[in-house]
Design a protein around this ligand. Structure first.
Ligand code: SF4
Ligand code: FES
Length: 259
């Protein structure tokens, strides 16, 4: 296991501002599972020790490591504000968004473990191959399907009908749910919670006309019936979506054909 350290005085920026904020800083160790197929077939843990404000996020710590200690550290992120869904990772053994996880909330007195989400092939460090995840998403046709002529005005929908799929509109496709699912870990063929959530979003939309088609897609041997209701997905979702409930509603719609 390798170790790298950044001392307080190594930080970039004016000396006086560093001194002003120094009292807020704590020393934390991020224990990161590194993998570089060009160097080794085996992943290995590496410790990085740095000074950071505990009110900062794990993403800030990763940036600090990448920009000031080791530029080879590889991870995805874009918005840094919980919107794009690109920085889901396992932090202290639990799927979270690095940009929404404060250092102070995850026990910084002990090494904080950071590793790639499970069930998808790791390409490098914290970056996984998302293709199977997005293929399952595409397979459920996550778009409005209607027949007939285009209406000349908006399609009306009651507030009550809108409410039926409100929760599943919040998905940001971060894969935290799918990659926390033991069924998905064992067999990557399972559509996974995120694809079902996005199917739910359209199956229960009163304006959509392809609910039956989507239900048949999810009636497949790799569809909703693989779900074992472990609730890992609901616990993992950074948007607070009731993922397991959505899966149950799709199962019920398959049995009753009412949606
Ligand atoms: S349902 Fe939640 S955890 Fe799953 S992909 Fe969407 S936002 Fe991420
Ligand atoms: S960087 Fe966009 S959700 Fe975290």
């Amino acid at each position: 296991m390798g170790t790298a350290t950044l001392e307080k005085n190594d930080s970039a920026g004016p000396v006086d501002s560093a001194e002003n904020s120094a009292s807020h800083l704590i020393t934390v160790t991020l224990r990161i599972r590194r993998f570089n197929p060009e160097v080794s077939d085996e992943p290995q843990w590496q410790d990085f020790t740095l000074e950071i404000d505990p009110k900062e996020r794990v993403l800030d710590a990763l940036h600090k490591i990448k920009w000031e200690i080791d530029g080879t550290l590889t991870f995805r992120r874009s918005c840094a504000h919980g919107i794009c869904g690109s920085d889901a990772m396992r932090i202290n053994g639990r799927n979270r968004l690095a940009c929404k996880t404060l250092i102070k909330d995850i026990g910084p007195d002990k090494p904080i473990t950071v590793e790639a989400i499970k069930g998808l092939t790791v390409l490098k460090d914290l970056v996984v191959d998302m293709d199977p995840f997005f293929q399952a998403y595409r397979d459920v046709m996550p778009f409005l399907i209607t027949s007939g002529n285009e209406p000349t005005r908006e399609r009306y929908q009651s507030a009550e009908d809108r409410e039926r799929f409100d929760d599943t509109t919040k998905c940001i496709l971060c894969a935290a749910c799918t990659s926390s699912c033991p069924v998905f870990w064992n067999d990557g063929q399972y559509f996974g919670p995120a694809a079902i959530v996005n199917a739910h979003r359209f199956i229960f939309d009163s304006r959509d006309e392809a609910g039956e088609q989507r239900l048949e897609i999810l009636n497949d041997k790799d569809g909703v019936w693989r779900c074992r209701t472990t609730f890992n997905c609901t616990d993992a979702c950074p948007r607070g979506i009731e993922v397991t409930k959505a899966i149950q509603e799709v199962k019920r719609a398959l049995i009753t054909r009412r949606f």
